[in-house]
Design a protein. Structure first.
Length: 435
């Protein structure tokens, strides 16, 4: 028997407009599988209540008759109902302290929790994600930020000023057209000599980085290696009609403390034996796009102490950090918190160690919106729902009252079941220590 399935409205952020299941996908689930779907009414979601009604779903405020509920971001503690199954990005697998009260409440209520972040294939590759769209929106925002910050420096006619924040475009295609037009202008007219060579560095090479690079590649890009970046200005082989792009891998970012050869698997297994190797590249970057996974076992890539030293030497080249990873006090230590879409950037002053929201002030501009895919809500929701679609009906049809070993779910979903009837499942018992 299929459980009645609910789709939550998003209430963690004022401008969170994504949905895990679009009206188009609802129609297919209702007509093909006979699923009964209730969409919680929302005045801001990228798809209207009427669109859900037209798909065959019921639209109402109350989800109390739904046994399985899909959302995107974290759910308020008071919203959980006993014994129900919730599917959303819970952000608990690192033991994040700010979400432990939520997890405790779910445990008290005997809930089941499936986390999208943990839905992976046999090789551990994530199957359902917004990462590419975080990269896309993050790069668009960072180019917009670069234009505005350069205006503060006196470059009142720089080409990046024609780029808008991602949320101000009607679609991804519209945003891409705008960035491509900037690229054409740079190729045609060039950049001021004082900004040349303009360099963009990307940490990581996964879905987030690929999305960011997809936007950057609309500019007249020449890709160079980290070593070439360090030598670029010395060679004199630079052009104001070109943007220089560098992708940094793990071996560029960290090195063994004992000087031994970098081995990737050893880095993953023994991160405490590694230290920062990235600082050698920072003085040569105009824009840093931080797109890599990070947790506190690994060395930071940009520390507050380093930024203070960098500024003691005068005005550095580094102008914008697009911190898509957005771990507060994390790999980019000066990212003190994620920023909302409506107030997306701050200038970090290395002398005072304080941020000032907006584009003005001494220091490095940081763009750290922590719900970047919601700046492209329709495009990102459609892609996400495409990936989630094959799993919706199996989740709705699962008997969660059965013992964990006997629950019939697709393997990737069962791997992502963090709580079963309020208890941590075998792969996630380590979270107990954070509770």
């Amino acid at each position: 028997m299929l459980a009645t399935t609910g789709i939550r409205h998003e209430d963690k952020y004022a401008m969170e407009r994504r949905t895990p299941v679009t009206p188009m996908h609802c129609r297919r689930l209702i007509e093909k599988d006979g699923l009964k779907i209730v969409a919680q009414s929302s005045p801001k979601r990228a798809f209207s209540d009427d669109a859900y009604r037209e798909s065959g779903a019921t639209v109402q405020e109350d989800l109390s008759n739904c046994d399985v509920i899909f959302g995107v971001k974290e759910i308020p503690e008071e919203a959980f109902e006993a014994g129900k199954t919730y599917v959303f990005f819970s952000h608990v697998i690192k033991g994040q302290p700010y979400n432990m009260p939520m997890l405790k409440k779910m445990m008290e209520k005997g809930c089941n929790l499936i986390d999208y972040e943990c839905i992976v294939d046999e090789q551990g590759k994530r199957l359902i994600f917004f990462g590419r769209f975080a990269g896309l929106a993050g790069m668009i925002n960072s180019l917009w930020s670069l234009g505005e910050r350069l205006r503060e420096y006196g470059y009142t006619d720089n080409p990046f000023l024609s780029v808008k924040q991602s949320c101000n475009y009607g679609s991804l295609d519209e945003a891409k057209e705008a960035v491509a037009a900037v690229g054409q202008r740079i190729a045609r007219e060039g950049l001021p000599d004082a900004l040349t060579p303009l360099t963009i560095g990307f940490t990581g090479y996964g879905n987030v980085s690929q999305g960011a690079q997809e936007i950057a590649d609309l500019l007249p890009v020449r890709e160079i290696t980290p070593q070439q970046l360090k030598e670029l200005e010395k060679t004199g082989d630079v052009s104001g009609h070109t943007i220089y792009k560098v992708v940094f891998k793990e071996e560029d970012i960290s090195r063994r403390k004992d000087g031994k050869t970098f081995v990737l698997q050893d880095y993953y297994d023994n991160p405490d034996q590694y230290e920062n190797a990235f600082e050698q590249y920072i003085p040569h970057l105009s824009v840093l796009m931080n797109c890599m996974y990070w947790d506190d076992r690994y060395p930071r890539i940009v520390t507050k102490d380093y930024l203070k030293k960098l500024y003691e030497g005068g005005n550095p080249k580094l102008t914008v950090i697009g911190d898509i990873t957005c771990d507060p006090d994390g790999s980019i230590e000066c990212t003190h918190q994620g920023t909302p879409i409506e107030d997306p950037v701050f200038v970090y002053n290395p002398d005072t160690g304080k941020p000032a929201m907006g584009f003005k002030g001494k220091g490095i501009l940081v763009m750290a919106v922590d719900i970047l895919p919601s700046e492209l809500p329709r495009d990102s929701s459609m892609a996400f729902a495409d990936a989630l679609f094959p799993f919706v009906t199996p989740i709705a049809g699962a008997d969660f009252s059965a013992p964990f070993e006997e629950i019939r779910l697709p393997d990737p979903i069962k791997k992502a079941l963090i709580l079963h009837r309020g208890k941590l499942t075998p792969d996630y018992t380590y979270i107990q220590e954070y509770l």
